[in-house]
Structure formats: C-alpha cells, structure tokens
Design a protein around this ligand. Structure first.
Ligand code: AMP
Length: 221
C-alpha cells in the first residue's frame, strides 16, 4: 500500500504518518526528516539544503527526488510506505509516478489534511522540540511542566529554525504557490481523499484508518 499524506505545513502529516506506521506496518518516508538529518550530519547535501530550509523555501526537485528514489527501493518498503511532505511539486509527482510504474506500482491513497491558515500559524509558531530526545511540545496546547524544559529528560526545548512566525507564513505561501495545485492532480488520478486536519487527533486517525481499510470515508470526489 502506497499512501501520500498531503497538506500544508502544520496540518499534522507527521503525527498521522506515525499512526499509519503503527497501525498498518509500513514505513514513513518524510523528506523533511531526511533533509534535517542531512543538515545535522553536515553532509554536502545538507549544507546545500540548509539555507533554503531555514527560509521556508523548497529544496530542488533533483535533490529531493534523489533521496526518495534511494529510500523507496529499500527492503522495508517492499510492502508499501507512507510519504509525508513529498511530493510537493508537479514535477516531483510525475517523477514519483514514473518510477513506481517501473516496478508495477502506483499510489493507492492520497489523504489530504485540510487546515485553516491561521490555525497553521498558531500550531507551528508555538511548536517546541527537545533536541536531546525529540519529544514535541506546544506553548499553548501541550506545555511542559516547567516552562521550556523537556519533561522527559530535562533538556532546554528549542524552536525549529523554520517555525518562527515569519518563516511559517513564507512556508504557507510556498505551499499555496507550488504545492496546492497537486490536489487537483491527485483528484484527476482518482486517489484523493479529503478530510479536516483540525479537531481531535484520534478522530482524524479513525477517518484515516477507514479510508485505508475500505476507501470509504472523507470527500472522495
Ligand atoms: P517539512 O518537515 O515537511 O515541513 O519540511 C521541512 C523543509 O524541508 C521544507 O520547508 C523544505 O525546505 C524541505 N522539504 C521537505 N520536503 C520537501 C520536498 N518534497 N520538496 C522540496 N523541499 C522539501
């Protein structure tokens, strides 16, 4: 089963991808995570990508396609995978479909998580992460017991460089200009399911589970 989680930054793709991993036993492929790992490791690719990512722009199709092409042929992807944050351009989508076709595969489901612009700004600009253990927090919705300190390991929490309000606004604009057109593209492929990405995480999980097991919920037009 090949699933694409689609939606603007902050729509909950990462959270829902984790649910799919646990519930359906397929790996998550997050291009954002892969790029952040390259930046952290200081690889040549990471050095190239860092300034674009910090500004909220899109890393070149060539770089991202190289990462994905290498990842999807790994053994753990044989039964499928869930893509999170990819594809983000029509060229990325065309390339994905072409290289899946070479091995007789295709995208089974695209789940679009729809969230209002102001909700995204509130969600992302309040997001904080523990740099040591990776635990996530939010300054309003999921506060640590002691301000700015990780409950689990006591490390001072940080804000992702691209989660400042100014960069979040740029990321949403980039999404509107370069990525949102993919919704029509996936609709024409007949694989698009639209659900609201606002509300209880467990409700959204239930809707996703229903789509992936029976293909029967959400706005599948
Ligand atoms: P994300 O964690 O998915 O929000 O991605 C963080 C950043 O990584 C984005 O703002 C882009 O700079 C870069 N990135 C992630 N995925 C892609 C992609 N498919 N195409 C281009 N850039 C990407």
């Amino acid at each position: 089963m090949i699933v694409v989680l689609f939606g603007p930054p902050g729509s909950g793709k990462g959270t829902q991808a984790q649910f799919i991993v646990e519930h359906f036993g397929i790996p998550q492929i997050s291009t954002g995570d892969m790029l952040r790992a390259a930046v952290k490791a200081g690889t040549p690719l990471g050095v190239i990508a860092k300034s674009t990512m910090d500004a909220g722009g899109l890393v070149s199709d060539e770089v991202v396609l190289g990462l994905v092409a290498e990842r999807v042929v790994a053994d753990d992807c044989a039964k499928g995978f869930v893509l999170d944050g990819f594809p983000r351009t029509i060229h990325q989508a065309d390339s994905l479909i072409s290289f899946l076709k070479e091995s007789g595969k295709s995208i089974n489901f695209v789940v679009s998580l729809d969230v209002d612009r102001q909700d995204i700004i509130n969600r992302l600009s309040g997001r904080r992460t523990c740099p040591a253990c990776g635990k996530g927090y939010h300054i309003f919705f999921n506060k640590p017991v002691c301000e700015s300190v990780c409950d689990a390991c006591g490390t001072t929490l940080i804000q992702r460089a691209d989660d400042t309000e100014e960069t979040v606004i740029n990321r949403i604009d980039v999404y509107d200009e370069q990525t949102s057109a993919l919704k029509k593209y996936f609709k024409e492929l007949g694989v698009l399911f639209c659900i609201s990405g606002s509300g209880q995480i467990s409700d959204i999980q239930a809707q996703i589970a229903s789509i992936l097991t029976s293909g029967g919920i959400g706005d599948h037009s």
